[in-house]
Design a protein around this ligand. Structure first.
Ligand SMILES: NC(=O)c1ccc[n+]([C@@H]2O[C@H](COP(=O)([O-])OP(=O)(O)OC[C@H]3O[C@@H](n4cnc5c(N)ncnc54)[C@H](O)[C@@H]3O)[C@@H](O)[C@H]2O)c1
Length: 482
């Protein structure tokens, strides 16, 4: 279906009007407690289909509505999937504001691109819906905090889609760390060694005709399409994506924070790396190190590698927690972790869990109307997402630097040098000439977790990346306007 600009402006205005008229009418569930939960899944190209599958396996749920800005995707993927699996076709809407204005919907499940997560959560909270929001829960730090405030104000149940929090293997491994048996744990490594490919040349491409570009772009900047593939590859352009640190990496960032027991955003942050080997439309780094130090002396060292890489101590996508009494390492898919002694001899394994557990945990919390049951309340997602954003802000402020400059920035720290040396070996294996094509080194930023703003000499530059106002009908509300 082709939609002209005038058509979608009219549709959007209508939907916005509907929302205003309804006055954020609460979900009808309160008056209808015996029925199953009525769910709308928003964004169904890929991840949303997994949401659909999980809800359909839960007998307390019915998917009544599918929403997608792309009518082709919405009908041919989302609606089709629900109809095939449940025997009943859900309603389709293209404008998510119609979902929030519908009092017959109890739950919204958000699997749109990152730049929509916080605003969709805010609108859903204002409409009294329970919310499952994919990770990262924000595209920038300030909108994530605003969504936390909306959830608190409207007292809605909201789960962040970092499903590892519901995997038994991760829960048991983290419980082991928290029991003290691993000794003192000050350092967690996060590894995102996820091989990817370039996304094709930068240029001017046509948006698919089936997409409402105005709504898809939402609070982001309206731009021409500069990448060949419209869906998914927005991850690698800053306007809508957060690179792999804020894509796959947010899972490992969250597990690192959870295992270390840090409940704030780092006090100092520095990042370096580059987008190497691909001459493409992407702007986010494919090789990156982020070093986060916390007020209590704890530290997360995060490595992203999108060029093929060997694992590090059996971990490719995962975490390593270093305790004075041993090590815990977790590899891909969150269903597996292992305890090692100080000589890296395996002593114990932790196993089990899946995505279904996370959705079931959310549904249970909604039915019991008890947010304390949630395995990953939105605020945890906010802190972990914000961590990724701070690392990316250091990277975005980076300047070209020689290897010697980068080594000096670590001031002799052994872990810094080790991470740098392993990165250099990795790049050499891909014939990257780091001397001729220097990396980018960001400034060491200082951050205040109370105000969620940068402080110090770089504050003015760094704070420009903390918030984005939004655009047109898609403005992130101020606290007073929530
Ligand atoms: N938890 C996980 O393990 C996991 C795994 C994969 C993806 N994700 C997250 O899920 C999200 C979606 O990922 P994807 O790979 O499916 O992306 P995608 O780009 O392939 O699909 C996103 C879909 O959302 C639609 N959309 C965009 N804006 C919308 C709006 N305002 N209203 C309705 N629909 C809208 C698009 O048209 C598209 O069909 C991402 O944020 C990603 O980080 C999480």
């Amino acid at each position: 279906m082709s939609i002209s600009r005038r058509d979608f402006v009219q549709t959007s205005a209508l939907a916005a009007g509907a929302l205003a008229t309804v006055g954020y009418q609460k979900s009808a569930r309160a008056a209808d407690k015996q029925s199953v939960l009525r769910v709308a899944v928003i964004g169904v190209n890929s991840r949303g289909l997994e949401h659909i599958d999980c809800y359909l396996r839960n007998k307390n749920v019915e998917i009544t509505t599918i929403c997608d800005t792309d009518t082709e995707v919405g009908m041919k993927k989302g609606v089709k999937r629900v109809e095939e699996k449940s025997g009943k076709a859900p309603k389709f809407v293209q404008d998510l504001r119609e979902v929030f204005a519908d009092p017959n919907i109890d739950v919204v499940s958000i699997a749109t691109p990152n730049h929509w997560h916080s605003l969709a959560t805010i609108w859903a909270a204002q409409a009294g819906k329970a919310i499952y929001c994919e990770k990262p829960v924000s595209h920038n730090i300030a909108e994530g905090r605003r969504a936390v405030q909306a959830i608190e104000k409207y007292k809605v149940i909201c789960q962040c889609g970092t499903q590892s929090r519901s995997h038994k293997a991760m829960q048991d491994a983290v419980a082991y760390i928290k029991s003290g048996k691993l000794g003192e744990v000050k350092l967690a490594r996060g590894l995102c060694y996820k091989p990817r490919k370039g996304i094709g040349p930068a240029g001017t491409y046509e948006y698919p005709k089936s997409v409402d570009v105005n709504i898809w772009t939402g609070p982001a900047e309206m731009t021409e399409l500069t990448r060949p593939k419209f869906h998914y590859d927005w991850h690698w352009q800053w306007n809508c994506g957060n690179g792999d640190s804020g894509n796959q990496g947010i899972h490992q960032m969250d597990i690192a924070r959870w295992g270390l027991g840090v409940n704030d955003i780092a006090q100092t942050i520095v990042s370096f790396g580059k987008r190497y080997a691909w001459d493409d439309a992407g702007t986010t780094p494919n090789t990156q190190i982020e070093d986060f130090q916390f007020a209590d002396g704890k530290r997360i060292l995060f490595e992203t590698r999108n060029l093929e890489s060997d694992k590090y101590h059996d971990v490719g996508i995962g975490n390593i927690f270093y305790g004075t009494e041993g090590v815990i390492a977790m590899d891909s898919n969150y269903g597996k972790a292992a305890l090692y002694d100080k000589d890296w001899k395996k002593v114990q394994e932790f196993k089990g869990g899946g995505m279904q557990d996370h959705v079931d945990n959310f549904v249970e919390a909604v039915i019991k109307n008890d947010s304390s049951l949630l395995n990953c309340p939105f605020v945890e997602g906010h802190l972990s997402s914000a961590l990724c954003h701070t690392g990316n802000i250091s990277y975005q402020l980076a300047k070209s630097a020689s290897v010697d400059d980068i080594r000096s920035a670590g001031m002799g720290d052994a872990e810094w040098n080790d991470s740098l040396d392993r990165m250099l070996t990795h790049l050499k294996g891909h014939n990257v000439d780091v001397a001729g094509n220097p990396m980018h080194l960001g400034p060491k930023l200082t951050f205040d977790s109370k105000s969620e703003l940068f402080t110090g000499t770089q504050a003015a530059d760094a704070n420009q990346y903390v918030a984005r106002k939004g655009r047109g009908e898609f403005i992130i509300p101020e606290v007073a306007d929530l």
